[in-house]
Design a protein around this ligand. Sequence first.
Ligand SMILES: [Zn+2]
Length: 142
Amino acid sequence: MIRYSLACVGEHEFEAWFSNSEAYDKQRKKRLVECPVCGSTDVRKQIMAPSVRSSDKAVPADVAAAKMAGEIRKHIADTHDYVGDKFADEARAMYYGETVHRPVWGEVTPETAQELVEEGVPAMPLPKPFAPDPPKRKNRAN
Ligand SMILES: [Zn+2]
């Protein structure tokens, strides 16, 4: 069985199970795949993005915060160094005085985030609307 995230022409999103991708194609052509909201059979597969940021699981920001999200996102991108998956190391090094404090952002697993909280390392989860797109990794020559 394969699960597809689908969307109809009316942008209603829904999920449906098929025995395989051919079954989906056949059923779709025969107009057997129907939007549960409006009954449209004009459906397509949604593009799926891999979930890479731990903040994907964060509670969605409320509407007011969502309005600010763009500004916050820009602020973070402009003023914080992106450290990627080194975030936990960087945050700990700063907390334990091993390195100079500087604003950084990056990615951690939910488990590591919990560890940081328990250690008292100041770190803030970044709900998806606030997380800038990670910059392309530069090859820094040393
Ligand atoms: Zn629909």
